[in-house]
Design a protein around this ligand. Structure first.
Ligand code: F6P
Length: 504
């Protein structure tokens, strides 16, 4: 794949429509779906409504051999270097107990430290704490936000607010909802250098100070892989919850970055999250590739992205609890695999990560599905649904939700002919469906681990490094240069904007 994928284009552009593939094989549904038990609850992944064929999967398995996927998995789980540009391992799986023993033990020791701090907060050591304001951005916010939103909404342990944007309106909204006498601040930053996070943290501390909290630093917890920097900034060592440098930002919700969820839902729920993810780790490491859920999902991704040149991929969560999943996946997939360099430094000559976008069903049906059904793009869609509702209202709500989800996937595939072009649905539009028994901590852990391993598999098959993100640096450097006193000159358009906004 690092060379060219003519074979994939030929394979992916075979003339069979999906309905023909079903007609030719009455076992297609069973053959292209996998069920995996996650702590006794099934996760069902259906890849049958795609153009994948058995021979395409065989070709992808041959590609996996050629690209050394099994060896790379061993390196990943064995805490060997898989991020060569930064000369680092990627030990997010160790956070949930999978792989290298030393990394697993280290993660466990640090997790126990987090649980001890949660115990201290629960026991009133910091006074009566009711609110947590978690300040972080990117991987230091998207994961914890999704976890709290999905799984801790109905917990009454603590009221959690996640603030990421430097736009003061975001922090102000959180501050308004909290009582300073009963609030703790978590500052989440792997590097502890991120401008937005440190500025927001300063403002939060000022708010505590101005509202009569004598020792605002005493209310701060730092979640970081740079404990020295957190200590220099002013957080007491006892309230710094470190994690390993080898855990990447967008892979860090398993570490102390998951603190707001562990605090809000309790350590037991956090343990269940990790256990679910570990089940997916084991499946990814051990299941045959032909039945390996992350691998098959990566085959679908490459089939459409490189075989049929689909530029985007859409993800729709038919479950309000998972409404933040598309946002989370955008960073995971696009920051990991939005690359133009091959592992060996050569230039990538084919598309890498498709643009991930999406939303929540059924809302999205009434907004963007027109384009999916009749637009000129072929967009592979992923539907995610749960058999069990996340509410106590009439069961009809959930039945309508699920029927809509399944109906959309069926309609995309079957289409509908009409002589009137305005009413013609071309059909044969691909989708995958992930149906889980319920959105429990274990199931969400497994789902997230599934997406991580899918991203990794895509990267290995394409010969790129999913664990660095140099592309974010240039804009940061320019923003610094712009805000610094000095005579840095920019292009005329930018100079004009700065002048109009009063920045120069
Ligand atoms: O700018 C991108 C990025 O480095 C992400 O990779 C990361 O998740 C985010 O910024 C936040 O970084 P940190 O956790 O170091 O504050």
């Amino acid at each position: 794949m690092t060379g060219n994928s003519n074979w994939l284009r030929e394979t992916a552009n075979h003339n069979s429509k999906m309905l023909d593939l079903f007609a030719q094989d009455d076992k297609r549904t069973q053959q292209f779906s996998v069920t995996l038990d996650i702590v006794d609850e099934p996760l069902y992944a259906d890849f049958s409504k795609t153009h994948l064929t058995s021979s395409a999967i065989d070709q992808f398995i041959a590609l996996a051999d050629q690209q050394g996927l099994r060896g790379m998995q061993q390196r990943l789980f064995g805490a060997e270097i898989v991020n060569p540009t930064e000369e680092r391992a990627a030990t997010h799986s160790a956070e949930r107990g999978s792989g290298d023993e030393i990394a697993v033990d280290n993660a466990k020791m640090l997790r126990n430290r987090m649980y001890a701090l949660i115990g201290a907060i629960d026991s009133g050591l910091f006074g009566e704490i009711k609110h947590l304001i978690h300040i972080g951005i990117g991987g230091s916010a998207l994961g914890p936000d999704m976890l709290c939103d999905a799984l801790a909404r109905n917990h009454d342990r603590y009221d959690v607010h996640i603030v990421s944007n430097i736009d003061g309106a975001a922090l102000q909204e959180a501050l308004k909802a909290c009582d300073p006498q009963h609030t703790m601040i978590a500052i989440a930053s792997k590097t502890f250098t991120t401008t937005e996070t440190l500025r927001n943290a300063d403002s939060a501390l000022n708010w505590l100070r101005e509202n009569g909290v004598d020792d605002p630093y005493g209310r701060c917890v730092a979640l970081t892989a740079a404990p020295d920097k957190a200590s220099e900034w002013g957080v007491d060592d006892g309230r710094i919850l470190p994690f390993a440098e080898t855990v990447g930002g967008r892979y860090s919700l398993w570490s102390s970055i998951g603190f707001p969820f562990a605090l809000a839902a309790g350590p037991e729920a956090f343990d269940q999250l990790l256990a679910g993810a570990a089940t997916m780790d084991q499946h990814f490491a051990e299941a045959d590739l032909a039945e390996n859920i992350p691998f098959l999902a990566a085959c679908v991704d490459l089939f459409y992205c490189r075989g049929r040149m689909a530029q985007t991929r859409a993800v729709f969560a038919y479950d309000e609890r998972l409404r933040l999943l598309p946002d989370y996946l955008q960073q995971l997939e696009m920051e990991s695999n939005g690359k133009s360099a091959l592992l060996d430094g050569g230039k990538v000559t084919e598309p890498t990560a498709p643009i991930t976008w999406g939303g929540v069903g059924t809302d999205a049906q009434h907004a963007v599905f027109q384009l999916l059904h009749q637009g000129s793009h072929e967009i592979p869609v992923e539907f995610i649904a749960s058999s069990t509702p996340g509410h106590d209202l009439d069961a009809e709500h959930h039945a309508i939700l699920l029927t809509n989800c399944f109906a959309q996937a069926a309609a995309l595939m079957t289409g509908k002919s009409s002589d009137d072009q305005h009413k013609h649905y071309v059909g044969d539009r691909p989708s995958t469906t992930i149906l889980v028994e319920d959105v429990t901590p274990a199931m969400l852990g497994a789902l997230i681990a599934f997406y991580e391993h899918r991203v990794f598999t895509n990267a290995v098959l394409m010969g790129i490094n999913p664990f660095d993100q140099y592309g974010v640096e240039l804009g940061k450097a320019m923003a610094k240069a712009m805000s610094a006193e000095g005579n840095a000159q920019f292009d005329p358009s930018t100079e004009a904007l700065m002048a109009k906004a009063g920045l120069k």
